[in-house]
Design a protein around this ligand. Structure first.
Ligand code: NAP
Length: 246
């Protein structure tokens, strides 16, 4: 049976992608960090067992820390074996603060969680994929990685970095049978969007050609497509209602 690891999988876009991976027949390792998300992860794992007949494993870990990422990968290999077919780097945070008020600690944290954790997880999982000569990595970027957004300079930098990481690794591992792609979601209803100034959200919504906020399923569908798209690597797919046309 195939195995997938996803970071930040208990809620939001992560939860939607866990359900999609289960529907695709993967056993899923669900990482979470907050104590509040333990119960969510446990319930999700129960749900994928009942609805799709696949197994899950919840691992609490702060992915900004390399040794905690190693814990996720070690536990995945221990439970499901040496073959890791899919990695979805999804964990992310945002500060929503003006660059004049943000502290170096706050913007460093965004880079650690949104970019360095993706490098850590790729660094730890790629040896398994290289050994098996196959694998698919999906890195969750953002339209913030494709365009400027006010009070999101640190977030935009982290998400543009994710696209650069995706491209660099795709070139390096193309001949090893490993594909690495990114998804740059537009605005999708999750806790992250609910945490942003709602007047700004409404304002941005007006400028979306499709005139609506996206759903978690729009991103899960893009993930499923990229996992199976055998001639796609180094690409950034952006389900965004037309707000950016890269
Ligand atoms: P969310 O609902 O706020 O969820 C954030 C997720 O990241 C949670 O699962 C959280 O885990 C996890 N996380 C945060 N810090 C972590 C850490 N240090 N270690 C491990 N996990 C951590 O956000 P979302 O909207 O689902 O966002 C998911 C991804 O999509 C992020 O990378 C985000 O930047 C990106 N994105 C979202 C949108 C949008 O409009 N929603 C648009 C573009 C891109 P816990 O549950 O344990 O707290």
């Amino acid at each position: 049976m195939k195995t997938a690891i996803i970071t930040g999988g208990a809620r939001g876009l992560g939860e939607g992608m866990v359900l999609k991976l289960a529907e695709m027949g993967y056993n899923v390792v669900v990482n979470y960090v907050s104590d509040n998300s333990k119960e969510l992860s446990d319930r999700l794992i129960e749900r994928i067992k009942v609805e799709y007949g696949v197994n899950g494993l919840a691992v609490q870990a702060d992915v900004s820390d390399y040794s905690q990422c190693k814990k996720i990968v070690d536990k995945a290999a221990e439970k499901f074996g040496q073959q890791i077919d899919v990695l979805v780097n999804n964990a992310g945070i945002t500060n929503n603060l003006s660059f004049l008020t943000i502290t170096p600690e706050q913007y460093s944290r965004v880079i650690q969680v949104n970019l360095l954790s993706y490098m850590h997880m790729c660094h730890l999982v790629l040896p398994f994929m290289a050994e098996a000569k196959q694998g698919s990595i999906i890195n969750i970027s953002s339209i913030g990685g494709l365009m400027g957004v006010s009070e999101q300079g640190d977030y935009c930098a982290s998400k543009a970095g994710v696209i650069g990481l995706t491209r660099g690794l795709a070139v390096e591992f193309g001949k090893s049978g490993i594909r690495i792609n990114a998804i740059a979601p537009g605005m999708i209803w999750t806790d992250m969007l609910r945490g942003v100034d709602q007047i700004a959200v409404e304002h941005l919504k007006q400028s979306i050609p499709q005139g609506k906020i996206g759903d978690v399923e729009d991103i899960a569908g893009a993930m499923a497509y990229l996992i199976d798209a055998s001639y796609m690597t180094g690409q950034t797919v952006s389900p965004n209602g037309g707000i950016v046309m890269p």
